[in-house]
Design a protein around this ligand. Structure first.
Ligand SMILES: NC(=O)c1ccc[n+]([C@@H]2O[C@H](COP(=O)([O-])OP(=O)(O)OC[C@H]3O[C@@H](n4cnc5c(N)ncnc54)[C@H](OP(=O)(O)O)[C@@H]3O)[C@@H](O)[C@H]2O)c1
Length: 278
């Protein structure tokens, strides 16, 4: 039995249509709305950050240490994966969490039945397409996400990256979309490649900071779900500790402002939801 306390909704802007959450998830999260109708895929990001703006202690550690392995954060991650048609991550995030599968059940198994019910209510029969973005194509194809066949996978890469990947042999559940040009793929081209592979209403980006930087720079993001974990992680000059964007600068010339559309509280963790302009 799940013993998690419900999140407390402190503020919520009316935002469209209620998704058909099973009763248990409505109790835990409240209502979950998305704009309706969705003309094109609705692109959302989900991150957890410390109070001092850090999302990664170093390239090897997962987001779990940032949230303090917080159960509410996992529940929300699961909820967003359960409604997503596609989950996108960069190769750096895969390298930090090599055994990960980007499904609701994987991140919060104790609500597995509820997440499956929600997917069934949404008529989404398959798990979300797991998309891995890599310029170089230096990824380990022996990892669970590629080998287990538990999720369909699309690797979005460059033509050089594709060449490297195909040389090593592709499991059946894995497809590759390759693009000509520089090693840094543009966010819109990544979305277009995904659009050719799967028809989607909701596309979820789970980072990391370099991938996120491209999506912010091209204003390809509709919303950001941001968990604020009540820890101060600190910085010095020994290791890079990025915030949710790396490799891009916006302010002061082109600051990206957003609108707060939701605030929930679980203990001392805050669950913020922002609308961005595209
Ligand atoms: N706190 C959180 O919510 C959260 C969320 C996600 C990740 N993280 C953490 O962030 C850290 C990793 O950071 P990161 O910035 O390296 O992650 P990342 O953005 O997932 O990975 C960067 C790598 O992804 C590929 N990539 C990203 N954008 C690309 C683009 N536009 N075109 C082509 N390739 C692209 C490149 O791979 P190649 O090098 O293969 O070309 C690049 O080196 C880890 O510690 C992870 O745990 C934290």
């Amino acid at each position: 039995m799940n013993t998690l306390a419900p999140l407390e909704t402190l503020f919520e802007m009316d935002g469209g249509k209620d998704l058909p959450l099973p009763p248990n998830l409505t109790t835990l999260y409240g209502r979950l709305q998305f704009p309706s109708p969705l003309g094109s895929p609705h692109v959302i990001g989900n991150f957890v950050s410390t109070l001092d703006g850090i999302v990664s202690l170093d390239a090897q550690t997962s987001g779990g240490v940032i949230s303090g392995f917080n159960q509410h954060d996992r529940m929300v991650m699961g909820l967003l994966r359960a409604v997503a048609d596609v989950v996108i991550v960069g190769a750096g995030t895969l390298r930090a969490e090599p055994q990960h599968l980007w499904t609701a059940d994987y991140i919060y198994p104790s609500l597995s039945a509820e997440y499956q019910q929600l997917r069934a209510n949404l008529k989404k029969s398959d798990p979300p397409l797991n998309v891995i973005v890599t310029g170089r194509g230096e990824i380990d194809l022996n990892l669970r996400v590629f080998q287990s066949g538990e999720v369909p996978v699309l690797i979005v890469t460059t033509t050089n990256g594709e060449h490297r990947i195909r040389k090593r042999g592709l499991p059946q559940s894995v497809r590759v979309a390759a693009m000509k040009g520089a090693s840094l793929l543009c966010a819109q081209a990544i979305l277009d490649a995904i659009g050719r592979a799967r028809q989607s209403d909701i596309i979820l980006i789970e980072g990391g900071p370099h991938l996120m930087g491209n999506f912010f720079a091209e204003q390809c993001l509709d919303e950001l779900f941001l968990t604020l974990a009540p820890q101060i992680a600190g910085r010095d000059n020994s290791t890079e500790r990025p915030g949710l964007v790396a490799g891009k600068i916006f302010a002061p010339e082109q600051p990206l402002w957003s609108t707060l559309i939701g605030v929930k509280r679980g203990g001392s963790h805050l669950f913020l939801r922002y609308r961005l302009s595209r």
